[in-house]
Design a binder for this molecule. Structure first.
Ligand code: AMP
Ligand code: MN
Ligand code: MN
Ligand code: MN
Length: 287
């Protein structure tokens, strides 16, 4: 049996591409035994105040978080988590707003491409799953494609929306250095999200870590549903070698997801430096 701890530093609500409202998300986390939760919506911190308020009511410690979309090099899209950011930081708020303002336009382009290959009304269809135009994500298109029978569950990215597929529309997101500085200047810790998901060579991954640390980044996600056990171990070893703090997250979006919201397996190596220690959460708090 895997040992689980009641902590989760990566999840999404309806403020981005999660299917659960803040209250439902927190209720589910609580039902799963969660004590410490970071809300990390894509390119927005609009849910944090509400989440903090409700978390206090149900006795969960809410860490303010965000997951920022970054374009690194020519084409690689990388996600950077900000933990313990200041949700009132004006520089962070302004820059996230600029990023989000690109989302609806890209959505229109995705819908146009899908129309050309015989899938009409995708923009309106995707928007039915989405709470505001500036939150529009490929996840909302994937829900539309599945629910309208264009693809089987779990196939929308491989068939249409993923990199190199017919419905893929390239988008330039934030620069890595800028994103890390917005996070750190607001008092947060920047963390590379799901590092094994980007299909980077070992050399490229080490280059990413180099650029990230140079910009002031301090952590990396070791535990993620995007990682196999051996990938988690590999990242834990790299984290130790490069002095990075280790993070853990379910990356929960909805219940079709394979991970459980609010809890995570323990870090794979005893000498891992957990990022949660930086927030005065100690191992004895996680029993
Ligand atoms: P976007 O930021 O709109 O480009 O959408 C990215 C989101 O799509 C990610 O945050 C994931 O939630 C989701 N996503 C990306 N790739 C996949 C995949 N292969 N399978 C399922 N969801 C994916
Ligand atoms: Mn997502
Ligand atoms: Mn991500
Ligand atoms: Mn995520």
């Amino acid at each position: 049996m895997t040992n689980l701890i009641p902590l989760d530093f990566h999840c999404h609500s309806t403020h981005s591409d999660g299917a659960y409202t803040i209250n439902k998300l927190l209720d589910l986390a609580k039902a799963n035994g969660c004590k410490y939760l970071a809300l990390t919506d894509h390119d927005t911190i609009s849910g944090i105040t509400e989440a903090k308020r409700y978390a206090a009511e149900i006795n969960i410690t809410l860490i303010s978080g965000v997951e920022i979309s970054v374009t690194w090099g020519e084409t690689s899209v990388i996600h950077i988590i900000g933990l313990n950011i200041n949700e009132n930081d004006q520089n962070l708020l302004n820059n996230l707003e600029k990023l989000r303002s690109q989302r609806f336009n890209r959505g229109k382009k995705i819908a146009r491409v899908l129309e050309k290959i015989g899938i009409p009304n995708a923009l309106a269809g995707a928007m039915k799953y989405c709470h505001s135009p500036e939150a529009l994500s490929r996840t909302h298109f994937s829900r539309f494609l599945v629910d309208h029978g264009y693809v089987k569950p779990g196939q929308a990215f491989d068939t249409y929306l993923g990199y190199g597929k017919p419905g893929y529309v390239a988008q330039t997101w934030a620069k890595l250095e800028d994103c890390v500085s917005w996070i750190t200047e607001s008092g947060g810790i920047a963390v590379i999200a799901h590092p094994c998901r980007y299909a980077l060579s070992q050399a490229k991954l080490l280059q990413l870590i180099h650029d990230f640390k140079k910009a002031g980044g301090r952590g990396i996600e070791v535990i993620s549903p995007s990682h196999s056990r051996s990938e988690s171990r590999k990242i834990a070893v790299i984290a130790n070698e490069h002095g990075l703090l280790c993070s853990l997250g379910s990356d929960f979006h909805d219940t079709s997801h394979k991970s459980v919201l609010g809890v995570n397996p323990i870090l794979p190596l005893l000498n891992c430096k957990p990022v949660y220690n930086e927030f005065n959460i100690m191992e004895q708090d996680l029993i």
